[in-house]
Design a protein around this ligand. Structure first.
Ligand SMILES: Nc1ncnc2c1ncn2[C@@H]1O[C@H](COP(=O)(O)OP(=O)(O)OP(=O)(O)O)[C@@H](O)[C@H]1O
Ligand SMILES: [Mg+2]
Length: 335
């Protein structure tokens, strides 16, 4: 177990700067989730931490030890990729044992480590199978098992669940959380998945175009985003942005902060309610116990999240319970 510190880490491929001065401190035992759009540098950052890529500048320490120039095998980190990359000619047991076999650890120690990882990941019955005899979810568990037996100081996960179907993802997400609680090891986890990010993370780090945007707990990022990018990236359905409501700023509204007012009988919908704004319901997406209501508010798109019976398209009125304001140029939050 160890804390991890990145100081002014940047990374260039030729003329292209992929990471810009990333400063990030990750606490011992923390589960940090790294999110951002495709191509923003998430995998590159993980690979720099693992030592698979050399940084172009800045420094990196693990457990207080400067590892900037230390080769990957001596950094004591284990990485799990999206593609499981299991050895096809080896059984589950041999795949999991591989790192320790390479290190020529005593057989009894290897057996014990594999048994323990198999117990945690519920792979005990599959130890003598080959990868081709496993489901996708089982293969991903073996890939995690291979990392666990090494007992590294830090785990790095690069979208490990993205090849799996939704149900299996949800199941493995819970297992991963349990695993983290049991091992207590520092974990850095890259994902595109909002739900994964929100449910797994102690803190989320949001990256955009190689720039770190904000680091905070899921609740902090959701309630108190530092800028328009973070506000739009975190939360599903996304925050709506209204350009025409405030001359000084772009206004952001979360779907659950949009109150749909009952259409008043014999008059304009919502008439008489303070703060009521006329709108039109265009499309209603029914999700089960709630609906996402797509509205037109003075020519701009606004999404409301409504519980109970779904409303019908047509004239309506809304009240905005909470508005966020962002600088039109920089996107910075105006408080
Ligand atoms: N070896 C390389 N040479 C040149 N450019 C590279 C190299 N590897 C990555 N890049 C570029 O660096 C940027 C960041 O790539 P990276 O793989 O880190 O993105 P990512 O955030 O992991 O994206 P995704 O979500 O699609 O996996 C991309 O624009 C990519 O094209
Ligand atoms: Mg990637």
């Amino acid at each position: 177990m160890a804390d991890l510190s990145l100081q002014g880490v940047h990374k260039r491929y030729g003329a292209v700067q992929v990471l810009h001065r990333v400063d990030l401190d990750i606490r011992d035992g923390e589960f940090l989730v790294l999110v951002g759009p495709s191509g923003c540098g998430k995998s590159t950052l993980l690979r720099c931490i693992a030592g698979l890529e050399e940084v172009s500048g800045g420094s990196l320490s693990i457990g207080g030890r400067d590892v900037t120039r230390v080769p990957p095998r001596d950094r004591d980190v284990a990485m799990v990729f999206q593609s499981y990359a299991l050895y096809p000619h080896m059984t589950v047991r041999q795949n999991m044992a591989f790192a320790l076999t390479l290190k020529k650890r005593p057989q009894a120690e290897i057996d014990a480590a594999v048994q323990e990882a198999a117990r945690m990941l519920d792979l005990g019955a599959l130890l003598d199978r080959f990868p081709k005899e496993l489901s996708g979810g089982q293969r991903q568990r073996v890939a995690m098992g291979r990392a666990i037996v090494r007992r590294p100081q830090v785990f790095l996960f690069d979208e490990p669940l993205s090849n799996l179907d939704a149900r299996l993802r949800a199941q493995l997400r819970v297992e991963l959380k349990r695993l983290h609680a049991e091992l207590g090891t520092t974990m850095i986890y890259v994902t595109h998945d909002q739900v994964e990010a929100m449910t797994l993370a102690d803190r989320i780090a949001v990256l955009n175009g190689g720039h770190l945007q904000q680091v905070g707990s899921p609740a902090e990022l959701y309630d108190d985003p530092a800028n328009r990018f973070v506000a739009g990236f975190i939360g599903s359905p996304s925050m709506s942005f209204l350009e025409g409501r405030d001359p000084q700023a772009v206004v952001g509204v979360r779907p659950h902060d949009v109150e749909l007012l009952p259409a008043a009988s014999g008059g304009a919908a919502g008439a008489g309610t303070p703060g009521a704004l006329p709108a039109r319901i265009d499309v209603v997406e029914t999700m089960g116990f709630e609906s996402y209501v797509h509205l037109d508010l003075a020519g701009e798109a606004l999404v409301a999240r409504v519980e109970g019976a779904p409303p019908s398209p047509g004239p309506a009125a809304v009240r905005l319970r909470r508005e966020y304001r962002f600088d039109r140029g920089t996107g910075a939050r105006i408080r």
